[in-house]
Write a protein that binds this ligand. Structure first.
Ligand SMILES: NC(=O)c1ccc[n+]([C@@H]2O[C@H](COP(=O)([O-])OP(=O)(O)OC[C@H]3O[C@@H](n4cnc5c(N)ncnc54)[C@H](OP(=O)(O)O)[C@@H]3O)[C@@H](O)[C@H]2O)c1
Length: 412
């Protein structure tokens, strides 16, 4: 187990200068006219054929996403050609397509689209299929993830610069799913727990964090990191259709390492105060951090459980309700309310982001960090655009049994 001391050392490591921001896809990408047939012919005249899930205006995914076929040239210089392994569909990806997310990838014509367009998706695992002569650290068969968000991961193949990629140094014991989902949710949970609270390592096992959306990707990561770091977790989920299903979800999170799991309904009843008192050994164990991805009444209820001088970090707004706070929490309890955005943080701290990813993958390899439940959407060369767009559309549906992930089943 990683001790709190060791982790503090990792998180305090120096950050490198910001990475170069330029570069998207190669201008050598040929237009769609290069392809006549729908079946994929591998590497005709040295070109790799590719399909990308693109949008050229904002709207609902089912209305604006379409599949665009194009060809990618053999890589030159420091370029690398990639094949998709797995890419998740996260809530933020949908918000981006709807045009309501603060970061918007620019619409470009580099893929030979009839209108300038962006490729959907922000994270995913890719395999190197070929590398230019100037590429130093990547070769065929290596697995990589994109260094920054906003590069477009929903595509069967891509051509990027080596400098835009993070190589997975040791893929032994890891699956594409684990690699393709490591850079957003686990990193978000990790940084929020490490960077917003000065945990007292002498009190390992006696301090708590509370979170809503606890069955989300971020929530599940926070539960497991809390377990590893000796932080107890009080987890809030929404009630399921039947008591049995609710019980099963609570048990699932407890099996991951959750100390306690309650429903939002239980949290919003008058009895919750007494429950928290009981969980925390009559208040002797402080709740020092709240992680909020829901907002509204749920966020207020989380904040009320916090010990004086604690922090609440808001990182999502799934209920679309604003965070409303009783003034007393600010005046008498001196609580601090922060926000966290992993994209911005990652751009500012690229080296620390890589170290955080390595740390999580190390835990994964050791069997101490489990995969999220997924709804696997197989993407073959013949999969139609509307089918993929529907899968993206269902991302924000709520009460899902697993996160949607696109898994490319075609070859190089
Ligand atoms: N700020 C950042 O850097 C950052 C990074 C990663 C994620 N996020 C945000 O964190 C949140 C979770 O992301 P994720 O990828 O971990 O999610 P996810 O795995 O797709 O899970 C979605 C979560 O949202 C809950 N939910 C959905 N609709 C809801 C509603 N109307 N009210 C309350 N809860 C609702 C779901 O609960 P049910 O199962 O009950 O539907 C589930 O717990 C999202 O808001 C996402 O944008 C932010």
């Amino acid at each position: 187990m990683l001790s709190r001391g060791v982790l503090r050392a990792v998180t305090q490591g120096a950050c490198s200068p910001a990475i170069a921001r330029a570069a998207t896809c190669s201008p050598l990408i040929a237009s769609r006219s290069f392809l006549a047939e729908s079946r994929r012919a591998i590497s005709t005249y040295g070109y790799t054929q590719s399909k990308a899930l693109i949008y050229s205006k904002y709207g609902e995914p089912k209305d604006v996403l379409s599949l665009h076929k194009h060809s990618i040239s053999a890589p030159h210089g420091t370029q690398v050609n990639l094949r998709l392994l797995t890419a998740p569909m996260n809530p933020a990806d949908v918000n981006q397509i709807q045009g309501v997310y603060p970061s918007k990838p620019p619409f470009q014509s580099t893929l030979g689209t009839s209108e300038p367009a962006a490729v959907g998706g922000n994270e995913g695992a890719f395999e190197v299929i070929s590398a230019g002569a100037g590429v130093k650290n990547l070769s065929k068969g290596d697995w990589v993830i994109m260094k920054r968000t906003g590069q477009g991961t929903w595509r069967t193949h891509a051509q990027l610069e080596e400098s835009q990629l993070i190589k997975i140094d040791n893929k032994e014991g890891l699956t594409p799913l684990q690699i393709g989902t490591v850079s957003v949710n686990p990193v978000t949970a990790y940084r929020m727990i490490r960077d917003f609270c000065e945990w007292d390592w002498m009190r390992a096992g006696e301090e708590w964090l509370i979170q809503n959306g606890a069955n989300s990707g971020v929530g599940r990561a926070a539960i497991q990191l809390g377990r590893e770091w000796g932080i107890k977790t009080l987890n809030v989920v929404r009630e399921r259709k039947t008591p049995e299903e609710t019980q099963a979800l609570k048990q699932e999170l407890k099996d991951l390492g959750a100390t306690a799991v309650v429903t939002e309904e239980e949290m919003l009843t008058g009895n919750f105060r007494a429950m928290v008192h009981e969980f925390t050994r009559q208040g002797r164990e402080p709740i020092r951090l709240a992680l909020n991805c829901v907002g509204g009444k749920s966020a207020t209820a989380l904040a009320k459980t916090l010990a004086p001088d604690s922090h609440m970090v808001t990182y999502g707004a799934m209920s679309k309700q604003p965070v409303a706070l009783p003034s007393g929490l600010l005046i008498f309890k001196n609580l601090a309310f922060d926000g966290f955005w992993v994209s911005k943080w990652g751009d500012k701290h690229p080296e620390l982001k890589e170290n955080t990813i390595k740390d999580v993958l190390q835990l994964t390899r050791a069997g101490r960090f489990q995969d999220i439940p997924v709804d696997d959407v197989k993407w073959s060369w013949d999969t139609e655009g509307p089918e993929l767009a529907e899968s993206v559309q269902s991302t924000l549906g709520g009460y899902r049994s697993g996160k949607g992930v696109l898994t490319f089943t075609g070859g190089d």
